[in-house]
Design a protein around this ligand. Structure first.
Ligand SMILES: Cc1cc2nc3c(=O)[nH]c(=O)nc-3n(C[C@H](O)[C@H](O)[C@H](O)COP(=O)(O)OP(=O)(O)OC[C@H]3O[C@@H](n4cnc5c(N)ncnc54)[C@H](O)[C@@H]3O)c2cc1C
Length: 420
């Protein structure tokens, strides 16, 4: 048993680049970033019989944040990637929700929309995406510093932190909110939102008494979501106004994160206070929220030649409608589908023909994704405005625009990214 665990850990750790890749070697498809989107994209390509490599700067595959809410659109994408049934085994189906106003204790039914809603452990998701990949796909400890174009072939060249370079025929930037690939494409950096989010897990040794409902507590300044993951494990997240103390070293200090969370939920029900008090210090994350503006998503050049972005690198959004991860999985499916169709047509073409086909595939992908991502990010932004307790006008404006534009607030989860 121990031997099997050790082997699995070794596989999960991926491989150091030098063991499998010669410096300066040319690669067909390089994915920058081994988070949810990078791994899902590698898996989607692998399922289509297309080889890629993933360069991840961390020394191990890791998941920032602890739980993730997966909505029906995300499950459709996971089904296409062939990992949904495995994940369903360990994540409880959440069939109903409750909205609780803390100040007056009033409870309303929370509309969850139709279809499958589950909270996953992020690491389970990362493992499920990484496990089916061949051994030499994920390369850890590989930080990409910049991208330049080969002056002769115009193929992208990736410069790594150790001075080495990798030539690639296609570069897919899945390198998150501070993406260097999106900088290469000239996309504006994501903006800082005025709220921050704290995420945590609470483990109840003897089991907890919560049912499988999604609970959303709301006070003047704080929103607290609570979801059951297993009989013993509960995921919670909290959003509140960002303060100057939340930046710098303190955002990595579990003691500060817990203290600030306890302070924020003063007056909340006893079981919620207890839940945060008992939360695992190692699994506490404080995130300053950043977002790409809906306008930038409409206007930006999201692909140029053989370089494209996906996931948060493309559409960083705040977590108010819990769709960043689901949308990243959709990106992976659509991108692999577009690439595989065009690469098949390009099989008998010369180098120039293949290059044109790749550019067409990436443009097709961007075209298919752009409006979907625009609406998702607009809705997220408006929901964020409704949480603004510093400006009543912004709050009211957010609410009115939300109702006018998005009648059905849950229709974003009906989206189907289609077959791989
Ligand atoms: C508080 C919070 C709660 C959320 N809740 C939900 C939710 O419930 N449901 C949901 O669907 N979404 C949720 N999201 C959004 C979701 O977490 C993200 O959309 C998703 O993780 C994006 O995945 P990604 O792979 O694009 O980026 P990331 O997860 O950021 O991964 C990027 C990877 O690239 C690597 N990297 C970065 N730069 C380089 C480089 N130069 N070279 C090599 N590697 C690099 C990083 O180390 C990292 O591993 C939430 C987000 C936040 C902040």
């Amino acid at each position: 048993m121990r031997e099997r665990e050790r082997k699995k850990k070794k596989e999960m750790a991926g491989q150091k680049r030098d063991e499998v890749m010669k410096i300066g070697e040319e690669q067909d498809i390089v994915i920058v970033g081994g988070g949810i989107c990078g791994l899902a994209t590698a898996l989607a390509l692998h399922r289509k019989g297309i080889r890629s490599i993933v360069l991840e700067r961390s020394e191990t595959l890791r998941a920032v944040g602890v739980g993730i809410l997966m909505q029906p659109n995300g499950w459709r994408a996971l089904d296409q990637l062939g990992v949904a049934s495995k994940l369903r085994q360990t994540a409880i189906d959440i069939s109903s929700g409750e909205f609780i106003t803390v100040d007056d204790g009033k409870r309303h039914e929370l509309a969850l929309g139709k279809g499958e809603l589950r909270c996953l452990k992020r690491m389970d998701l990362i493992e499920a995406l990484a496990e089916p990949l061949p051994a030499n796909v994920v390369h850890l400890g590989c930080q990409v510093l910049s991208i330049i174009l080969d002056p002769v072939t115009s193929y992208p060249i990736l410069q790594l932190h150790d001075g080495s370079m990798i030539k690639a025929k296609i570069v897919i930037g899945c390198d998150g909110v501070n993406s260097i690939v999106s900088k290469f494409l000239g996309i504006n950096s994501p903006k800082l939102f005025f709220r921050c989010a704290t995420r945590g897990f609470t483990y109840y040794e003897r089991g907890h008494n919560f049912d499988d409902q999604f609970r959303l507590y709301h006070s003047q300044t704080v929103q607290l979501g609570q979801l059951t993951v297993t009989d013993k494990l509960v995921y919670w997240y909290l959003t509140r106004s960002l303060t100057s103390e939340d930046s710098g070293a303190s955002k990595k200090d579990p003691a500060y994160i817990k203290e600030a969370s306890m302070e924020a939920i003063k007056g909340f029900p006893e079981d919620m206070v207890e839940m945060i008090k008992l939360s695992e210090p190692k699994a506490l994350y404080l995130t300053e929220l950043r977002y790409r503006t809906p306008c930038d998503l409409l206007r930006a050049r999201l692909a140029k030649g053989a370089v494209v972005v996906a996931g948060d690198a493309m559409h960083a959004m705040c977590p108010f409608i819990s769709q960043g991860g689901g949308a990243s999985l959709e990106d992976a499916v659509v991108l692999a589908r577009c690439l595989s169709e065009k690469l098949m047509q390009a099989a008998n073409q010369n180098q120039l023909g293949r290059k044109l086909m790749v550019a067409e595939a990436l443009d097709l992908y961007v075209k298919e994704r752009r409006m979907r991502l625009f609406w998702l990010s607009l809705q997220t932004y408006l929901v964020g405005l409704t949480l603004d307790n510093t400006s009543k006008m912004k709050k009211v404006l957010g609410m009115i625009t939300l109702v006018l534009i998005f009648g059905d607030q849950k229709s974003h989860s009906d989206y189907d990214c289609g077959h791989l």
